[in-house]
Structure formats: C-alpha cells, structure tokens
Write a protein that binds this ligand. Structure first.
Ligand SMILES: NC(=O)c1ccc[n+]([C@@H]2O[C@H](COP(=O)([O-])OP(=O)(O)OC[C@H]3O[C@@H](n4cnc5c(N)ncnc54)[C@H](OP(=O)(O)O)[C@@H]3O)[C@@H](O)[C@H]2O)c1
Length: 349
C-alpha cells in the first residue's frame, strides 16, 4: 500500500506528541507536516517542543520545520490536536480545502453531520460523511473523537448496551493531569488534592456517550437516550483516567454474564487486524485492587480500556471500574485507529 501523507496539527502539544510517537514507522501513514501556533511556526520542531514522552523524538522529526495551520497544508489526512478555541474554524478550512481531518478537539463533535467515531463501536456513523460532503459542498471530511473520559466509558458500555440494554448509569471519574494539557493544573493545586470540577466535562460525557452508543438512521444520529448522572474529578495522576460506573442493565444479567460480554467484545479494527487495533479492546481483570493507572494504563500499548471489580450493585444492579490511557486510546491512538479503519474501508479519498 502506498503510504498516505499526513499532518499533525498542534504537533508540539500533549496530544500532538502522542500522534508523532504513534505514527513513527506507521505502515499506512507518513508524517510530512507538523503545525503549531505563532510561537513555533518557522522553528525546528526539536527547538519548539517540550517533549514529554519517555521515548525519543522519532528520527527525522526534530529537524522538521513547524508550519502554520491553514488550507495550504500538503497532506491528505490531518490529525488534529488543536486547542478548542481555534480548532473549529481551522478544521473547517482544512476540510473545505479537501483534507480529511481526524480531530480530538470538541467544537465539531456534536454536529449533526460529523461522525463521533469509536472504531469498534459505531462504524455505521461514517454514513454521515455523505451528508457532510453533500451539504457543506466539500470533498474533505471531519471525523471526531469523543473526549478522553467518554472514549473509555463508551468502550466499556458498548457491549453491555448491545447485549443487554442500559437503563441508567451513575459515573464518577478520577481524571489524570495530562488531560488538562501542558502545563495543566498548577502543581500546588494538584498535589495532595482532588479537584471536584472540570469545566463542561460532565455535560460532554453525557452527550457524547449517548451519541457514541446511539444509531445513524441514514439521515440523522439517534442518541441512545441513556439517563446518566456524571461526576468529574481531577486527581493527582500523570496519565490514565479511572471511572467508577454503576448501572442498571435490562434483564439483570449475572456478574459472569457481564464479564463475558465485555471479554468477547471485538469490532471491525480487530477483524481487519489494523496496525493500531488492540487485540482485546476491553481487558477484564479479576484482582480486587485493579485497574490502577500505573499498572493498567498501558494495556495493549495504551489502546485498551481495562475493566475490574465487576460486581453486583445493591441499588442499580451492576458496578465496575474502568480505566484507560487518556492521550493514547483517549485521544491520538483513537484518531489513528479511526483513520486506519476509514482508509481500509475506502472511505477517505
Ligand atoms: N490532553 C488530553 O488528554 C486530551 C485528550 C483528548 C482530547 N484532547 C483535546 O486535544 C486538543 C489538544 O490538547 P493538548 O492537551 O495536546 O493541548 P496542548 O498541549 O495545549 O497543545 C496545543 C497545541 O496546539 C497548538 N496551538 C495553540 N494555538 C494554536 C493556534 N492558534 N494555531 C495553531 N496551533 C495552535 C500548540 O502549538 P504551540 O506549542 O506552537 O503553541 C500545541 O501544539 C484539545 O482540543 C484538547 O481538548 C486532549
């Protein structure tokens, strides 16, 4: 297969760096352009980035020049790690100039013609791209990721909603500091502390989960309509969001049936053996004290959600803990997998 030329937008940031690391030596994609803000444009990537990953900057990338983010970007596919404030307009401009944009930013997520794609869960939502291209009169596309918390929650809920049906859920999150970008929360606010508020996050978890788990009827998205109570907290963890979930499933399945449903879950990325696909999108652990961020966030190279402590809940019926890496499966890795899937299915260009 001829490699597709790809750009990373917002390449110097927390998610941009993950993209660069995941795309090194990728069999489908070749990184040909990196963009940043005015702070970095015209500089070498190596001198403008504050590299945060334990692996080195991939060969050749440090010497690439950081470019402006506009329609002149010379790549078919753009992986966007742009901040919310600028992403909406810049991504629209790129799609209008024929680019296929896979974004982590929130502005386009809930639009009625933008697939909020979770590769194992709702491939049928890419049907919305026909509406998007027809109504917006462009040949490019925008495909969005959910936010980092919602992706892991929705991966864990997807098989349960498909196999049993979810009537209601209560979710409490413990979200890592890297989810707030770099430098994020000031150290004196973060250390020794839990912050029980993340702006707009609870609304996003509710809306995006219902879009992910809902349907596409050929014209519109049909939300899943699951009532949820969501509490979001920032905790002093570097990477990896942990979420406790209590929920009511139709038919009151046993704990073993719930675990079997989670363990059996597979999707198109696994059928197609895509390069970034985890073998097991959901890893179920039996230990009483798992999952934990430092032990489980890198499961399946950071591409799986790990579920543990599946047990009966005296009020809602079932409860468990789910954990996943926020900048890999929760951001850059999810976009790369979405792009692999759309390329493999012949849906981009
Ligand atoms: N962090 C996470 O875990 C996570 C997870 C899911 C989704 N997201 C979303 O992903 C996006 C990126 O998050 P992040 O944590 O990587 O943010 P970040 O660390 O603040 O990085 C932002 C990047 O955007 C660039 N940028 C800033 N202003 C720009 C402009 N006007 N034009 C072009 N580029 C500009 C920055 O370039 P310079 O360095 O040159 O200024 C930097 O490369 C956000 O929309 C965020 O909500 C983040």
């Amino acid at each position: 297969m001829k490699k597709r030329k790809v750009a990373v937008l917002g390449a110097t940031g927390t998610v941009g760096q993950r993209f660069i690391s995941l795309l090194a030596g990728h069999p489908f994609f070749e990184v040909v352009a990196l963009t940043g803000s005015d702070r970095s444009v015209g500089k070498r990537f190596g001198e403008s980035v504050h590299w945060l990953l334990a692996t080195d900057v991939p060969d050749g990338v440090a010497d690439m020049e950081v470019l402006p983010t506009d329609g002149s970007v010379d790549a078919d596919i753009c992986f966007s790690a742009l901040p919310t404030e600028v992403a909406g307009d810049l991504e629209t401009e790129l799609a209008r100039t024929g680019h296929h944009v896979f974004t982590n930013a929130s502005p386009h997520r809930m639009e009625p013609d933008v697939p909020l794609l979770l590769a194992e869960v709702n491939f049928d939502h890419v049907g919305a791209l026909e509406r998007q291209r027809r109504e917006r009169k462009w040949t490019g596309s925008i495909v969005a990721n959910g936010n980092c918390t919602t992706i892991h929650l929705s991966l864990a809920l997807a098989p349960l909603h498909r196999d049993f049906g979810i009537e209601r859920a209560v979710v409490t999150t413990m979200q890592a500091l890297s989810g707030a970008s770099y430098p994020g929360v000031a150290s004196l606010d973060a250390l020794d502390n839990v912050i029980p508020y993340i702006a707009d996050e609870e609304e996003k978890v509710l809306e995006e989960t219902n879009k992910f788990l809902g349907g596409w009827n050929g014209t519109d998205f049909v939300p899943a309509g699951i009532p949820m109570s969501v509490h979001c907290n920032r905790v002093s963890v570097r990477d990896g969001h942990t979420e406790t979930v209590s929920l009511t499933l139709r038919g009151k399945p046993s704990v073993d049936a719930v675990k079997a449903s989670l363990r059996a879950f597979r999707g198109r990325p696994q059928e197609r053996c895509l390069p970034t696909a985890p073998q097991h999108p959901i890893v179920v652990r039996e230990e009483q004290n798992r999952p934990q961020p430092i032990l489980d966030r890198d499961a399946e190279k950071g591409m799986a959600s790990t579920v543990g402590r599946v047990r009966e809940d005296p009020i809602l019926g079932t409860k468990f803990v789910v954990l996943g890496h926020n900048t890999i499966r929760g951001a850059a890795g999810a976009s790369v997998l979405n792009a692999e899937l759309l390329v493999a299915e012949g849906r981009v260009g």
